[in-house]
Design a protein around this ligand. Structure first.
Ligand SMILES: Cc1cc2nc3c(=O)[nH]c(=O)nc-3n(C[C@H](O)[C@H](O)[C@H](O)COP(=O)(O)O)c2cc1C
Length: 352
């Protein structure tokens, strides 16, 4: 039966209030993105992939990925690596940080990751892939999940042979992005493979790839019988698409709404990573928020030239003065949250 997008479901014992999962995206899925996703109806949000080696060496930037806000739950933190014992230790740190789910990355196609034996390469080494899942599941009490591609080569069906083994090893859910690693992001996600995977395993399967609207989400759920859909690129600078998929918002946002949401996102990002890092990090978001015909192109080009976040804020408010009042409204609706304070170096807390 086709799952309804707004009905709850479970991964292990974790209840997830809607069938919409916000994708883990490196360089995108920061706390501000995840908190925004929750406000727009995502039932589960994910951190970007976190290096288990970075956690092992207590790398300051890596540890920063483990900051979790009380309004993010349920939240999965994704880890990547190739050594079962190191992954198990990383999973313990992730659990201690307050994650509800530990997700393991068997999908990353980027050479920097695959050449270390991690990410999508593990699909070609099922024994190691299962050993990692088993070690991680043994190390933590929270559910352990895996996100994978269809395989390495174009047309590969590896996910269908490896998937059931990962479940046997202890995976409580599987996410499939049915493109090959070689494909990167070209072509289309072949969800007929997702449908086959659903038939083969008795844990929830999340369908990832090319979910861009509520209509498409319904189609993919009907085609695959997956438990949920995952939204990635369509949510970049575009929480309204998440809202549309969740059935919470329909129309196109006004310029004022766009600017207010972007300003809130900037504020949250500065709090999370400090002014200096946020200045560079935010630049790609200006294009994502202000593109799509929403603002003239030169406006974005002007913003990325500005030296400080404060200058960008000023310029945005000048372009859409009505956004100030909307922003106040958004701030007032935010839940009061204490951010999980880990035993991290003080500099990580720069910006609040
Ligand atoms: C910029 C970017 C970064 C990504 N980083 C990750 C990641 O850290 N971990 C992961 O499992 N998938 C990652 N992905 C893949 C997405 O989670 C998702 O599976 C893929 O983009 C297909 O979904 P979409 O068509 O909705 O974007 C990334 C994708 C993009 C575009």
């Amino acid at each position: 039966m086709q799952a309804k997008l707004d009905t709850p479901w479970h991964i292990g014992t974790v209840e997830i209030p809607s069938r919409i999962v916000l994708a883990p995206m490196a360089g995108v899925s920061v706390q501000a993105f995840r908190r925004q996703g929750r406000r727009f109806g995502a039932g589960l949000v994910c951190s970007e992939m976190v290096s288990c080696a970075g956690l092992q060496h207590r790398n300051e930037r890596t540890l920063g990925y483990l900051r979790i806000g009380a309004d993010e739950h349920p939240l999965a933190v994704q880890i990547f690596g190739a050594e079962p014992s190191v992954m198990a230790e990383a999973a313990r740190q992730v659990e201690d940080a307050g994650a509800d789910i530990v997700d393991i990355n068997y999908g990353c196609p980027v050479r920097k990751v695959t050449k270390t034996g991690a990410g999508a390469t593990l699909l070609d080494d099922p024994e190691r892939a299962c050993a990692i899942v088993a070690a991680v599941a043994e190390a933590v009490d929270v559910p352990v999940t895996v996100k994978m591609r269809r395989g390495l080569a174009n047309g590969s069906r590896t996910a269908l042979s490896v998937g059931p083994k990962l479940v046997e090893a202890g995976a409580a859910a599987l996410t499939l992005h049915p493109r090959s690693a070689k494909q990167m992001y070209t072509g289309t996600a072949d969800h007929s493979l997702t449908a086959e995977l659903v038939e083969l395993v008795d844990v929830p399967v999340i369908a990832s790839g090319d979910i861009t609207s509520r209509a498409r989400a319904h189609e993919v759920l009907a085609q695959t019988d997956a438990a949920a859909v995952m939204v990635g690129r369509a949510a970049q600078g575009n929480p309204w698409t998440v809202g549309e998929i969740a059935g919470l918002s329909g129309g196109r946002p006004s310029r004022e709404e766009i600017v207010a949401e972007l300003l809130l996102f900037m504020e949250d990002t500065v709090r999370e990573m400090g002014e200096e890092r946020a200045t560079g990090f935010l630049k790609k978001f200006y294009g994502w928020y202000l593109g799509r015909g929403r603002f003239p192109k030169p406006f974005k080009q002007e913003l990325v030239q500005l030296a400080t976040v404060a200058e960008v804020e000023e310029r945005l408010l000048a372009a859409a003065p009505g956004a100030a009042e909307l922003l106040d409204g958004l701030r007032a609706e935010l839940p009061e949250v204490e951010h999980t304070t880990l035993d991290l170096p003080v500099s990580i807390y720069a910006g609040g």
